[in-house]
Design a protein around this ligand. Structure first.
Ligand SMILES: [Zn+2]
Length: 270
């Protein structure tokens, strides 16, 4: 089987989260310069999927917020869109970086008769086993990010789940790299195309281009020191090996490369 022909991104929806929570210990006057907050202190974010195109099918990495939100939630999270541009795709595999609602919400929808449907019912869905387990029994601190809605289609047998243990090449040219700082069993998805170009969807390891530097770690992360270490390792490798990075939540920048200047990662154009 041959490797992927091309990689591109699409924005499934836009939403917003508390700027303070997104930047952890960083003072607001600093993060405000790049990510202005609205009157409710929220900053704009994208839910960005990566599409990996093979000769006769596509692989989708993350599926965004989806449509299963009531009016109050739509207001809280400022959800705009949730009309996936995924329809023309021939999705045979869905890789979930992790099961947080802003990455996995689009796995299912309710049809006109209010029946639960899998969005990609014929696709194989890939998740790290550690994340699958944690999503079923999250801690009190992060249970707000894991909804039972995301697990339903698998429990009801409406879609196929494939659990991964650690680093693995799950499809030709697609490698998953587990990370445990943001949550247990998140995975960065690294793709090497037929022509040798390397892409990596960083998931919530580096959610936006404003999160490149060491202390810029989200307040949501359950093991922040692990995030710092994992982020360093991935960004050094990315700079050294000229990876094109996909930023899952950046409101503007979809892809970019990094260079290290005195150990500080700097953004350069993809
Ligand atoms: Zn997350």
């Amino acid at each position: 089987m041959s490797k992927p022909l091309e990689v591109f991104t699409l924005v499934e929806s836009m939403f917003a989260l508390d700027g303070g929570a997104m930047f952890g210990i960083i003072p607001k006057p600093l993060w405000m310069r790049t990510n202005p907050a609205d009157e409710r202190n929220r900053i704009d974010l994208a839910c960005r999927s990566m599409v990996v195109r093979y000769e006769d099918y596509d692989v989708l990495v993350d599926v965004g917020m989806g449509t299963r939100w009531n009016d109050k939630e739509r207001d809280i999270y400022k959800i705009v869109g949730s009309t996936p541009e995924v329809k023309p795709l021939n999705v045979k595999h869905v890789i979930l970086t992790h099961l947080h609602f802003d990455h996995a919400g689009g796995l299912s929808f309710l049809n006109d008769s209010n029946e639960l449907q899998a969005t990609f019912k014929d696709a194989k869905h890939w998740v790290q086993r550690a994340n699958w387990g944690w999503a079923h029994t999250p801690s009190a601190r992060d249970q707000g990010s894991y909804r039972p809605e995301e697990l339903e289609i698998f429990e009801k047998g409406l879609a196929e789940i494939e659990l991964i243990d650690g680093i693995a090449e799950i499809l030709p040219g697609i490698e998953v790299l587990p990370m445990n700082g943001h949550t247990f069993g998140m995975q960065v998805v690294k793709v090497t195309t037929e022509s040798g170009k390397v892409y990596a969807h960083l998931a919530d390891l580096v959610p936006t281009t404003s999160h490149l530097r060491d202390p810029y770690v989200m307040g949501y992360d359950i093991n922040p020191l692990d995030t710092v270490k994992e982020k360093r390792e991935v960004l050094y490798e990315a700079a050294k090996s000229d990876w094109t990075l996909v930023f899952g939540h950046d409101p503007k920048t979809d892809m970019a490369r990094v260079e290290m200047h005195d150990s500080v990662p700097k953004l350069v154009q993809a």
